[in-house]
Structures are given as C-alpha cells and as structure tokens.
Write a protein that binds this ligand. Structure first.
Ligand code: ADP
Ligand code: MG
Length: 703
C-alpha cells in the first residue's frame, strides 16, 4: 500500500487524537487505508422522500424533507432535550436531541428547509425522530453532483457522540477518496481475470463503493470487492493445499497390521456402515503414499466418527507410530479415553490421558513414558499441545470438534513430530454448510460420513411451554420406568452465569422433589464444578446409578450414553440451532424411540420461534446447519459482520455462495496450471497473497 494509506488515522484532517483513539479502539481503524476499507453497510437513497402524513408503523426509518418550524428545550438536568418540528405541507414531525442540544440549536435555522433521515420512534401515537441526520437543502442545491445513494457506515455510540455518525464518516471518507489515485490503490487482479470476470478495477471499485452514482455502480463495486475477498482467501487455501501435496512429505503407513485386524475381526461388535468403510479407505489411501494428510472428517452427531478415529489410530500404531486425540473439553476427552481403554487393553496397547487436571508426579510419569515411546495413544485436551509434551514419534493427531480449535493450535500440532508433521485428521460433528467448509477448510481434504448406523430412529422433537411441566414429568416417569435415562439441560452463558446457576439449582430442586431418593437419583454437572466432581457425577450416570442428569451445555458435544432416550432442554429459546441439534444428538443413540422436549416460556422472539420450528420439523443436520447460518450469518448488528476468523468485510457466506464457488473454481484452475504462481501473468496474485500472508498470523510455519 502507498505511504498515504499507511498514514496513522489521527493525521486525517478532522480526526485528531481523541477521535483517532476511538476509531482505533472501536472499529480497528488505524490508518487512512483502514478508513478506506471501512465500507458502507448500506445506502440511503437520497431521492426517495416520504410525505410526513404517509408515515406509518411499517416504516422503521424514513427520509423526509420539510421546513424547520419551532425549537423548544424541554426537560431539565439529564432529561434535558431539544425538540424541533419539521413541516412538509402534509404534516409535521418532531426531531429530538438528547445530547448536544445547544450545539444543534446553534447550527439549525428556523424557517429553512432540511433533508432529514433517521429512525422512527413512536410515543403517545406521535412519531418522532431522535438524533436524525439532517442537512440543509441549500447545501444540496448542487444536487446533480451529489450521489443519490448516501453511504451508511457502521459506527458505535461513542463515535457518534464524537460526530462520527453516517454523515461524519461520509465527510471524512469523501475527502480521503478525492485524494487517492492508482498508486495508492494498486490493482490486485491480473488483467486476464478482470477480462474473464468483467469486474471493474480496484481503485474504481473503492471509489464507487463509497460514493456510487447509481445502484448499478454500487453493485459493480460491491461485486468486485466481494469477489476479491473470497478469491484471495480461496487462492491462499488452494495454494497451501497444493503446496502440501507437493512439498510436505508424510510418514508412510505401509501396512494394515495386527492391531487393526484384531480390532476389526475380534473386538468391533458391529458392522461398519458403508460410509464409515468408505471414509476409512479415503484416509488409508492418504496415509500409505508418503504424503502428509490434512483431512477433515465430517459426520453428523451420532454418525460414528469415534470408531473411525480409533481405527486410524491403530493404522498408525501398526506402522510403529504413536497417535493422539484431542478434544475441546476435559469431559469429552475423558469420555474418549474411557471409551477406548478396554479396547486398548485387549489389544495390549498403552493408552494415557492428559489434561490440565493431570498434575505432579502423574503428569511427569506420562510425559516421560510418552517421550520414550512407551505410550501408544495419548488422549487429552489442549494440554497435549503444550511444549513440554514431547512424543517419541507422533504419526497421527486427531482433533475432535475442531471448530473450537484455533488455527494457532492446529499449527502447534504440526510441530509435535520430526522430521515430518503428524498426519492430521480433523473431526467435526456439526455439519458444515458447503460454503463454510469451503471457506474455513479450503486447504483440507474432506471425507464425509453421510449415513447413520442402522436401527436409528429419528428423535421425536416436541415443543412444550412451561405450563406443561407436569406432562413433562409424566413423560420422564414413563421413560425411567422403562429403565431409560433422561438429560435435563439448562442454558449457561458467561454474561449471565450467576443467574443461570440459580436457575439450574432451582430446576434441580424441583426435580429432586418430583423424583425423590431413594427411588430416584440425579446427577448434576455444570461448568463451575471441579473436573473431579464432574467426572464423578458423569460416571454415576454412565453406570446407570442415576436416572436423571441435570446439566449445562457441558454435555453439548460428544457424551455417549446410549441408554439415555429423553432429552429435555429448558429455556430452549436461548440456545442456538446447532447447539440444540448437538444436544438432541445425545439421545437416539441406542436404537428404540427417543424424544427431545424443548421447553420455553410463552413469549418468543421471531428468531427463537424459527429455531424451535426448525428443530421440531427436521432431524437433518445439514438442513439445520444451513438454517443456522442463515439466521446468524447476516445477523449483522449495524453493519458489523460477524465473520469471525474469516475476517470478511463484505462477502457473506450465506448470500454470496455463488461468488464463493466461482472464486474457488477459478483459484483451483489457476493453481493447477501454475502451482507456485510463477508465471508472469500471475505476478499480481503472487505479490498480493504474500502481502496478505504477512498480515495473517499463525500460519507462517504451515505455509
Ligand atoms: P459421533 O460421530 O457423534 O462422534 P459416535 O462415534 O459417538 O458418534 O457414535 C455414536 C454411537 O454409535 C456410539 O454408541 C457408537 O458405538 C455407535 N456406532 C458407531 N458406528 C456404528 C455402526 N456402524 N453400527 C452400530 N453402531 C455404531
Ligand atoms: Mg463424537
């Protein structure tokens, strides 16, 4: 980027230290360049003006034009406010300022005509507009020169107080945009791509996205920038993937040996599904060729990923390597450990568990044995990634529920083995919509378990309001009478922890009354408990000593108690869709009829209703994941896109699936022809991904 765009934001005329500090803090705008890339999240069409008498409840925001008639200061102290009334010949409406009242009174003139834009508020059947954007019409006299679409920028309360509202940003950005030229905003796409895609140039796009002369110009600008964003992300991912193929050798697991065969023939108690067999073959073909494996294993909750993982571990061991498996929580890791311990023993293998709670001598012993190669399988949490944990020869690392692992952690795994990185298998239970998996895992090969073990019946899902609690108790009683077990799950979020804990406690008390000892017994597990106590309670449930498990979302992922057939989710409206799906996946594992009851109050938001409805209508994880993405994806608060890790400024994984798919296809085509991007026609591409690469952290030792 040019010197100009590298200039610290404080130096921009009209900003200065105070505003600069807020811009840095609130919006991560540190330089002129960042401001240029602070894109509008929508536009107001300056040509659409609503007559005041036509305003109704269907409008949330309006643009009106009228004469400013009357000022009045109202209230006192903190409630002090300025009211101004606008007339447009059809009616009148009040504009209200709670802050900066005297300033506004200074700059506004009675009798002049203004263009007013803002959010409507209704009080005692009269509309008003608090803190509107307001411009005197004489300033707009030269209307032809002005854009008809005025950009609206994401902002925050504290910035708005410093006059960095829509209008403020517009002014700053306009001044900056007028200064920039092709040297400041160099093209990133080679001509052949511009020709092929008919996209407009980068500088043009940047100018037009802020100040489009028409809706068409806006579209062109947005398309160009969205494409660029998605294309380079894909180009990097595909580039990395090809580079791995070419350059990163992997341990060669040549044989299918005794342990694998013994497990498959003598220990495994069920027939693998076709999907499990296919996936194992895919993995096997990666592992035997001496190339590094970097593979994502996708499969809905309950599809049987664990057994696949174990069989991969056995492949590693049969070829003389150690293997590890990492889960995001201690409970989950422990469960994998417990689930494998018997099989390991039968196979004569050494298996160990490592998590934060494993300390002192015990830990030291494990670390020593691990380094000496006396441990074949290590199961654990993030603790496995820590530096003192040294393997003798780690050949395979599996992570369960990868979405909770950051890129950094994934890269730590790579360094756990020399000379090659261990083969990596990433397992995820949440079905990932196609776009997400392209976007997040573009550099991984993907295997899918798309078939459930036989005999599974879909879980019947019903929605009950709190008033039907007695009926819920009845259903619980029935299940327990049949020897089945029940989960009762309460929400728990950090911001609300104390209250949530109280709710859980109250729920537990109610249940203890309803299902008293000694006839019944209840386990309780929540995030605030010590790991030891959690495990104890879990274990009692696993051993059927308790019939009911009251828990927070700690059981969300992975817990496997096939005898549990009833899942009750309290305050179900507070859970996200994929969370609900995960929770429901805890039942319906043993064959036979299972049920999931979603309990909520009467009043539900539109979104919550949609989530509950989706859950009661489908068991298909992919349908649910797509719905979830639709709900959360564009759920941007005032234009701030929640794209998390991906850092997408413009593109949306929901709306721009087509652009993404196209970008990926093109990226693959280019890399296939020119894997190292050495051809001169790809100079721009190579340079730009190097620039991006330098900015991105954590990947350096991978790519
Ligand atoms: P997830 O994919 O959610 O991790 P699990 O691996 O925990 O699923 O498997 C869910 C349950 O299904 C376990 O009880 C497991 O033993 C069982 N299971 C896995 N594969 C099969 C199969 N092919 N036939 C029957 N049961 C299976
Ligand atoms: Mg699992």
């Amino acid at each position: 980027m040019s010197k100009l765009l590298d200039t610290p934001i404080e130096y921009l005329k009209g900003i200065g230290p105070a505003k600069g500090k807020s811009l840095r803090k609130d919006l991560n705008i540190n330089t002129f360049g960042d401001l240029i890339e602070h894109f509008p999240f929508r536009y107001i069409d300056k040509t659409v003006i609503l007559p005041i008498n036509q305003i109704n409840d269907a409008h949330s925001e309006v643009q009106i034009k009228g004469k400013l008639m009357r000022f009045s200061q109202e209230g006192a102290g903190r409630a002090k406010r300025l009211k101004a009334t606008i007339h447009d010949g059809t009616g009148s409406i009040d504009l209200i300022w709670f802050q900066g009242a005297s300033w506004m009174q200074n700059i506004l003139d009675q009798g002049k005509t203004y263009l007013v834009y803002g959010k409507l508020q209704k009080f005692r059947n009269r509309y008003s507009i608090p803190h509107p954007e307001i411009e005197v019409i004489s300033n707009l006299a030269n209307a032809a020169a002005l854009p008809t679409l005025a950009p609206m920028y994401p902002s925050t309360d504290s910035l708005r107080k410093k006059k960095l509202d829509g209008k403020g940003f517009r002014k700053l950005t306009k001044a900056l945009i007028d200064q920039i030229g092709p040297n400041d905003v160099p093209e990133t796409l080679p001509k052949y791509i511009l020709d092929k895609t008919r996209l407009i140039g980068r500088l043009e796009a940047i100018k037009r996205i802020h100040f489009p002369a028409s809706a068409k110009e806006k579209e062109q600008a947005v398309n160009r920038l969205k494409f660029e964003e998605l294309f380079f992300a894909q180009l990097r991912a595909v580039h990395r993937k090809f580079k791995n193929y070419r350059e990163i050798p992997g341990y060669r697991f040549e044989i299918i040996g005794d342990k694998f065969n013994q497990y498959f023939h003598d220990i495994l108690s069920f027939e693998l599904t076709g999907a499990q067999k296919r996936v194992l073959k895919e993995i096997r073909s990666d592992l035997k060729v001496g190339r590094h494996m970097n593979r994502l294993l996708q499969g809905d909750v309950g599809s049987g990923k664990t057994v696949v993982a174990l069989m991969c571990i056995l492949m590693a061991i049969d070829n003389g390597y150690q293997a590890c498996m990492i889960a995001p929580t201690e409970i989950l890791a422990m469960q994998h450990f417990v689930g494998m311990v018997d099989d390991a023993e039968k196979l004569g293998l050494q298996i160990a568990f490592l998590a934060g709670s494993v300390k002192g001598k015990k830990r030291a012993k494990i670390l020593e044995a691990l380094a000496l190669g006396q441990i074949d399988i290590l199961i654990g949490t993030h603790a496995v990634l820590e530096d003192p944990v040294v393997f003798k020869n780690l050949g395979l690392a599996i992570t369960d529920e990868q979405h909770r692992f950051g890129v950094k952690q994934r890269s730590k795994l790579w360094r756990k083995s020399k000379p090659n990185p261990p083969h990596i298998l990433v397992m995820t239970a949440t079905p990932i919509p196609r776009t997400l998996s392209m976007a997040f895992y573009g550099d991984l090969d993907v295997s899918k378990i798309d078939e459930m073990p036989p005999g599974r019946q879909p879980v019947e899902t019903v929605h009950f309001s709190e008033s039907k609690r007695l009926r819920v108790y009845g259903i619980m009683r029935e299940a327990i009478a049949k020897g089945r077990q029940v989960y009762v799950v309460f929400p728990m979020i950090e911001e609300n922890e104390d209250l949530d804990l109280q709710n859980l406690q109250r729920g537990f008390d109610l249940l203890s009354n309803e299902f008293p000892r000694p006839e019944f017994d209840i386990s309780v597990v929540h995030g605030k408990m010590k790991a030891k106590d959690k495990d104890y309670e879990m274990q009692r449930f696993v051993e059927k000593k308790t019939q009911i498990m009251v828990a927070t979302t700690v059981i969300e992922v992975g817990v496997n108690v096939p005898n549990a057939t009833l899942m009750i989710i309290e305050n179900a409206n507070r859970f996200g869709l994929s969370q609900l799906h995960q929770l429901r996946g805890r039942v319906g594992r043993g064959g036979g009829h299972s049920m999931c009851i979603l309990i909520t109050g009467f009043k539900l938001s539109k979104e919550a209703k949609f989530r509950i409805k989706t859950m009661t209508e489908t068991n298909d994880g992919f349908v649910i994941a797509e719905a979830d993405l639709k709900l959360r994806g564009p759920g941007d608060m005032e234009g701030t896109r929640q794209s998390g890790d991906l850092n997408l400024k413009l593109a949306s994984l929901v709306e721009d699936e087509k652009i993404l798919a196209f970008a990926r296809k093109l990226a693959i085509l280019i890399i296939e022809k020119d894997p190292k991007l050495e051809h001169s026609e790809n100079d721009l591409l190579r340079k730009h991904i190097q620039t991006i690469g330098k900015k991105a952290q954590g990947w350096s030792h991978i790519s």
